[in-house]
Design a binder for this molecule. Structure first.
Ligand code: SF4
Length: 379
């Protein structure tokens, strides 16, 4: 198949749905977590859940970098941006995420902080070149997919001798978070979600390959199928998961072989490992402190590390107690389980991070799923 339309063919999708229905054993339950926010968005957008039998259920995972960033890191960014000498460069979807006091970068900007929305790392470099007398800081965020561009940006800043440029690094790692979902001390507080298998992320896996998931699949006895973002990709991957469960296998399989290999993108991996190293732990919204799940700049690049340059300190803060983002990001609850969903909290005025980014479970359900709920209630 060459074109996107071909991956959305209704006839083939119905055929795959019939195959899933035929192979899913009626006395069994199949609970599959899609880790990636892009998959969550696609499931809602294409109504894939409606095509699955009742005993095959998708559980939304934490795979949206904006959603999993804790309020404490937003607070740190706001405090940084409020310094008179600083210009903070930020991707647009971070602007409206509430910090611990309900304040966001957007409100900080309205009160005079110099915060610029950027579309790429190169935009931030350009701003730094044009304002050599300002401290220009790039708010770096994302999973393994967006880390290589940040690494390249730091190399470029070094080459260009940008002495007042730095990075507030919030890059996080997928396999560590998957491990935490299955086993972490916070399970006692927030509850465990029963997962029978994972739909593995697509873009992340294009960088890291399928190999890093192998130890997870073996250790926890859970099948993992890396899937593309198109509806047929995901239906086929779900069928592959059902087959693994039926056969008692727990392997890493690759449905998205047109973009993902076992070893991934070596060049990108080398760029990242040249510049970044593991943090001992990093806080995730919904998952708590996850060991070895975040990256920081290596000592050799300390001059570009905003946390060192501005002596930034993280203070852990509690989330809004009425917001269920934590439980949703763990897969323990669904957006409709939150009392604020669609009343106090909407994409226009979000209370929690899951409603801000389009990849967040609450935003995806608000955009595509709430009409289905309404129809079901009427039926
Ligand atoms: S609806 Fe809003 S407040 Fe509730 S969990 Fe989702 S983002 Fe948080």
């Amino acid at each position: 198949m060459k074109y996107a339309d071909e991956f959305r063919d209704k006839t083939i999708a119905r055929g795959l749905a019939r195959a899933i229905g035929a192979e899913a054993e009626s006395q069994s339950e199949y609970r599959f977590m899609e880790f990636c926010g892009g998959h969550t968005h696609a499931i809602s957008r294409y109504g894939l859940e409606d095509m699955l039998p009742a005993n095959v259920r998708m559980i939304h995972g934490p795979g949206c970098p904006v959603c999993v960033l804790p309020a404490s890191r937003i607070d740190m960014a706001i405090r940084l941006a409020e310094r008179p000498e600083v210009t903070l460069c930020v991707y647009g979807d971070l602007m409206r995420v509430p910090g611990s006091q309900g304040k966001s970068l957007l409100t900080a900007k309205a009160f005079g902080a110099d915060i610029r929305m950027v579309y790429s790392t190169l935009d931030a470099i350009r701003i730094a070149e044009q304002a050599p007398n300002r401290e220009v800081v790039f708010f770096a965020i994302g999973f393994e997919t967006t880390t290589p561009p940040t690494a390249v940006m730091i190399r470029l800043a070094e080459k260009k001798w940008l002495k007042s440029f730095s990075v507030f690094c919030n890059h996080v790692l997928t396999p560590s978070a998957m491990h935490s979902i299955l086993e972490s001390p916070d399970i006692r507080n927030i509850g465990r979600v029963e997962v029978d298998g994972f739909l593995g992320p697509a873009h992340v896996s294009a960088i890291i390959g399928t190999e890093p998931y192998e130890v997870l699949a073996q250790q926890f006895g859970k099948p993992i199928v890396i899937a593309g973002f198109e509806p047929l990709d995901m239906m086929q991957a779900i069928l592959m998961l059902v087959r693994q469960v039926n056969e008692g296998r727990h392997e890493v399989e690759n449905q998205y072989s047109r973009a993902v290999t076992r070893k991934g993108n070596r060049r990108a991996q080398e760029e990242v490992s040249d510049i970044f190293e593991l943090r001992d732990q990093f806080e995730w919204r919904g998952l708590g402190l996850v060991p070895h799940s975040g990256l920081k700049l290596k000592q050799a690049y300390a001059q570009f590390d905003a946390e060192m340059r501005f002596a930034m300190h993280e203070v852990r803060v509690a989330d809004n107690p009425a917001c269920e983002c934590g439980a949703i990001l763990r897969g323990v609850k669904r957006p409709v389980d939150c009392e604020l969903f669609g009343t106090v909290c909407t994409p226009e005025i979000p209370t929690g991070s899951c409603m801000v980014s389009s990849e967040g479970a609450c935003a995806a359900h608000w955009t595509y799923g709430r009409f289905r709920d309404y129809q079901l209630r009427r039926a």
